[in-house]
Design a protein around this ligand. Sequence first.
Ligand code: ADP
Length: 264
Amino acid sequence: MNLRPVVLKLGGSVITEKAKPLTPNLKAVKRLAEEISDAKVTPLIVVHGGGSFGHPVASMYKIAKGFTNKGQLVGFSKTHEAMVSLNKIVVQSLLDKGLPAFGMPPSSFVITKKGRIHFFQEETLKQAVETGLIPVLYGDAVLDVDTGFAILSGDQISAFLAVRMKAERLVMGVDVDGVYTADPKTDPSARLKRHLTLAELRKMKGQVGGATVTDVTGGMLGKMSELITPVAQGVNALIVNALKPGNICKALRGEEVIGTRIER
Ligand code: ADP
């Protein structure tokens, strides 16, 4: 492929009401579709998280722990189906703006090994991009060569794609303004970090000794560890608040926006 795509990850905390099972944040999804349309970036690959669609059923059947009993099989499929229904909402909102969005289920072309991407049949995705479609992938319940099945996060998928597709940039939309010195939802003294380096990412993950620069936990820590490989390979990543109107449009265009820029 000649053109390097922009990879956009939309967090589950942005596109769903996290506390209410199976409830999309339709207002946010529609506004984001409009921003993606306004940004006019091509090629573009969208990946979204699960939020309140994937997590409740996956945890009820303990899908992330792997295959231990046949009773989980129904839960594996139900987890996937919940994600398919969220994907339909995202894809339809993009289609409503006239964008050629195309839902692609990761479980149909990815197999993991202990939860990490092991096999990725990329030809279909590449051809979809070359044809001019906007693939819309998502965190999914996938088959795993070691554990039977696993939960593959949208964060892992988007970081993987950023490397494999040599992304122009990777934009991650979340429900906070970026990476802070501590979780801004619980620590009012947390300060936003506008820039992070690869060395700082590695420190966060404990790969390098010494004091950590930030107190990053939960979902944000997972994102930071996924970003190590793409950033090491020269992909610039940007974490922005996708709940604030205008941010995703600016970030997609490469314009100045409040957030955390992560560079090698
Ligand atoms: P999403 O579901 O949108 O992908 P997550 O909920 O997985 O996002 O991760 C984002 C969350 O990480 C934030 O809402 C925030 O509460 C939490 N978090 C923890 N530590 C930090 C930190 N140091 N800076 C920013 N966010 C943090």
